[in-house]
Design a protein around this ligand. Structure first.
Ligand code: ADP
Length: 296
């Protein structure tokens, strides 16, 4: 008999049987008997769709028919992804493309911190002191902030894409202790000389939230060009400090997720980079969401 971990449907018996207890990972599902159960997954999942995983269950016998079907009930269990990379490695751009296709909630540690700064909170003031010198903001500020966001009903329902966290082993451990485990850890790799050039020319449209680059992705109109802003830490001097911090920490973080890490070459066009990520996510979907058919 196939087990639930193999994600296959299985066994139909002509008389009622009890399943081995180890094959049940969720309570019996009460649903009418059907002679043909077809669980098919759409080939691609879009923003309003959720990845499903299988859970073994029992379909009760029909009145007098004497059949018991061990099937797999479907339970929504959305994707949980982490994305990491040096400053300006393209995390923001790729996160936009990923969330658009997979409907995950994008949680960026840097954005949460900048929101605290903009709100003028005590945490924001303290965070800015560290961000100004390209250092990691202390865990007592960042960890709680991220945890609350991950616990939000939207993240729980749709799944999450965590960007820029964890940046140290202590942050990874904290997350694990809170019960958050990713399915995939994406590392964007880009040569350093490209990174500095990308950072220095990076600009943000505060109205649309769109990211531009003065040379590689200039604003479409003069009106947009005049309202573009630059992040306070996007200077050459500060990006070099941020890169140093990144290099000091990345190996420790990677070592905690080595079994689920996919390294992506981030130096191509945004579509080329996304194609690699999309491939990895599609594979993950197939591995986790493979659903079969059972005929009674
Ligand atoms: N997980 C984190 N832990 C501590 N500090 C962080 C974290 N994420 C972001 N920061 C702070 O915010 C700054 C900006 O981060 P971010 O917006 O992700 O940009 P980048 O990845 O380009 O540095 C970092 O240089 C760091 O000071």
């Amino acid at each position: 008999m196939a087990s639930c971990s193999s994600l296959n449907f299985t066994a139909i018996s002509s008389k009622p049987q009890k399943p081995p207890s180890s094959s049940i990972s969720s309570p019996p599902v009460q649903r009418p008997f059907t002679s043909h159960l077809s669980f098919s997954k759409s080939s691609s999942l879009h923003s309003d769709q959720t990845l499903f995983r299988t859970h073994c269950g029992i379909l009760p016998p029909p009145n007098g028919a004497g059949f018991v079907v061990f099937g797999c009930a479907r339970k929504a269990d959305p994707l949980r992804i982490m994305i990491s990379g040096a400053p300006a490695s393209g995390k923001g751009t790729q996160c936009e493309l990923i969330t658009k296709k997979y409907g995950l909630v994008h949680i960026a540690a840097g954005d949460l911190l900048r929101a605290e700064i903009a709100a003028g909170s005590e945490n924001g003031k303290k965070a800015k002191e560290y961000m100004d010198i390209g250092k990691l903001v202390p865990d007592e500020i960042v960890v709680t902030m991220v945890k609350e966001r991950l616990n939000g009903p939207d993240s729980q329902e749709k799944g999450w894409l965590l960007d820029g966290y964890p940046r140290s082993s202590s942050q990874a451990i904290a997350l694990k202790e809170f019960g958050f485990q990713p399915d995939l850890f994406i590392l964007l790799e880009v040569p350093e000389e490209i990174l500095v050039e990308r950072v220095v020319g990076r600009r943000l449209d505060p109205i649309t939230g769109k990211i531009y680059h003065l040379k590689y992705s200039p604003p479409e109109t003069e009106e947009i060009a005049t309202r573009l802003t630059q992040r306070f830490d996007d200077t050459e001097e500060k990006v070099k400090l941020r890169l140093q911090t990144h290099h000091q920490n990345v190996e420790a973080v990677l070592s905690m997720y080595k079994d689920i890490t996919v390294k992506v070459n981030g130096s191509g066009s945004k579509q080329e980079v996304f194609a690699q990520i999309d491939g990895a996510l599609t594979q993950l979907e197939q591995k986790q969401g493979k659903l079969g058919t059972v005929v009674a």
